[in-house]
Write a protein that binds this ligand. Structure first.
Ligand code: AMP
Ligand code: ZN
Length: 496
């Protein structure tokens, strides 16, 4: 598989340190608020990547942190701890806020079919490991104490701007954020490993340390959690693009200084989801959540499909129009799958291999999920039997996780219920002979029931020779986008 590597800025063949195994780390959420659908874009794309790596046969171990301390309102070391801000907003303790929003994040993941990594570590549970790592960095002279805090000394590194695309001056702490530079730092790019001296005396969670009572910096958590759970050689590190600097840059600095050798050769960054008004951010107060999508009538999996429809290395602009067209596409796709015969049968191996190769080719090409989704349509169009088509859809959906067969089954059950109800109604009305068939795939079951009821009413009107009423119903159906084809004892219909 070829995957773009932010570290080398090229597409490279994906390799792992130990053949057959992949150790993957993901920066988890800062749990001071709900995740917004931008955050979840990153987690969806990382989920697809993990599942595809498994699909190719790799044994993946994935670890994710939960940031429940130390992430300040600026990604540089200034501002207030975001957790404290969340706690104050809701008149709760930091740990209550952390528990509530961690659970909310997992609930969103489940709705979006995002697999929760097997190892999840809250930062507050690893304080002793952070302290140990900082002690080693001090011993190795990569860190220093100044003004009560422990800092990482970036001047000790040959190559600090590892992602190579930052203008050092623009990004240097104090310049970028337009805040006062920290006088205690030796170099502008140095960052805090341990705070004892905070502007915020009411920092709720504090721990004893060799340098005084305080709390860890944000970056140290991901280095320590990754090293303790995935070992000295990480294969793949993921996060949203905003994490590349300073967070990932600082993670690399600390981890390699601590280990004394290169740490993670492959970095996967997801570009942002934006609104037409610009960046989506949790701190701005107003943001889009999975619950809001549901309130507006969208299945969260429609949002997953919306994300899969564009490449992870392009920023994506969210729009309700985009969601509407994705919803229609999802319903049509599910409708077409529901129309496949549910009978199991022997698999057409040749067709299976050829269509699977198309899917794999798309995914191997730097995770081209949009093309992988079109491979689903290729399956539906293919000249092969329905059992093979269903097997292919199940196979692709191990990675895409769009819940396609499950949704199709629900449609089939709903269609059957509608047909049974209509039949019962027509039997009761003495119309047992009229067969009504819908020729359009993916019509909403409630809408289909309404159309069918009108068609039967029209048949009754015709029988009673009330042609004006029959025509009025035909016009009403036409206004709904429904066209009718009458045959003897049967009416079929299509919806635009
Ligand atoms: P946070 O909860 O702020 O620590 O962010 C969680 C994840 O979401 C990180 O990987 C961020 O890089 C990522 N992220 C933040 N904003 C966006 C966005 N608008 N679009 C995509 N990913 C984002
Ligand atoms: Zn991280």
């Amino acid at each position: 598989m070829k995957l773009y590597n932010s570290l080398t800025r090229t597409r490279e063949e994906f390799r792992t340190h130990e053949p057959g195994k992949c150790r993957m780390y993901t920066c988890g959420p800062t749990v001071y608020h709900y995740a917004h659908i931008g955050n979840l874009r990153s987690y969806i794309m990382e989920d697809v990547l993990e599942k595809y790596l498994r699909y190719t046969g790799l044994d993946v171990t994935r670890c994710m942190n939960i940031t429940d301390v130390g992430h300040l309102t600026s990604d540089a070391d200034t501002g207030e701890d975001k957790m404290l801000k969340g706690a104050r907003r809701e008149h709760k303790t930091v740990m209550e806020i952390a528990k509530f929003y961690t659970d909310a994040f997992f609930a969103d993941c489940r709705k979006l079919n995002i697999k929760i990594p097997e190892i999840v570590v809250p930062a507050t549970s690893y304080i002793d490991k952070f302290i140990h790592m900082i002690e080693v960095l001090l011993e190795k002279d990569y860190a220093y104490l100044s003004g009560g805090n422990v800092y990482f000394d970036t001047s000790k590194l040959e190559n600090y701007y590892v992602f190579g695309n930052q203008e050092a001056e623009d990004l240097a702490v104090g310049v970028r954020e337009g805040v006062e530079a920290d006088e205690a730092k030796r170099n502008k790019t140095d960052f805090v490993l341990w705070f004892t001296k905070s502007k915020f005396e009411d920092q709720e969670l504090k721990w004893d340390s060799p340098w005084g009572v305080g709390y860890p910096g944000w970056h140290i958590e991901c280095s320590a959690i990754s090293l303790w759970n995935l070992g000295e050689y990480l294969d793949l590190h993921c996060g949203g693009i905003d994490n590349a600097f300073p967070h990932h840059t600082n993670e690399i600095a600390q981890s390699e200084a601590y280990l004394g050798h290169p740490w993670c050769p492959q970095w996967f960054h997801v570009l942002h989801l934006n609104t037409s008004a610009g960046k989506m951010s949790k701190s701005s107060g107003e943001f889009l959540t999975v619950s809001l999508l549901e309130e507006k009538g969208y299945d969260p999996l429609v949002y997953r499909l919306f994300c899969l429809g564009s490449h992870y290395r392009k920023s994506l602009v969210f729009s309700w129009e985009g969601m509407d067209s994705t919803k229609t596409a999802y319903q049509k796709l599910v409708g077409r799958i529901a129309a496949l015969s549910p009978e199991d049968g022997p698999i057409d191996e040749e067709a299976f291999a050829a269509l699977r190769a198309r899917f794999a080719e798309a995914m191997d090409n730097d995770l081209n999920t949009a093309l992988a989704v079109t491979a689903l349509y290729d399956v539906l169009k293919a000249k092969t039997d329905d059992a093979t088509k269903r097997a292919l859809i199940a196979d692709f959906d191990r990675v895409l996780s769009l819940g396609l067969l499950e949704a199709a089954e629900k449609v089939r059950i709903a269609q059957k219920a509608v047909a049974d109800a209509a039949k019962a109604a027509s039997d009761a009305a003495g119309e047992a002979g009229l067969v009504v068939t819908c020729l359009t795939e993916g019509v909403d079951p409630a809408a289909a029931a309404e159309v069918e009821a009108l068609i039967r009413e029209r048949a009754d009107a015709k029988k009673a020779k009330d042609f004006a009423a029959a025509d009025a119903i035909r016009d009403r159906l036409a206004a709904m986008g429904v066209t009718l084809k009458d045959a003897k004892g049967a009416v079929s219909w299509e919806m635009k």
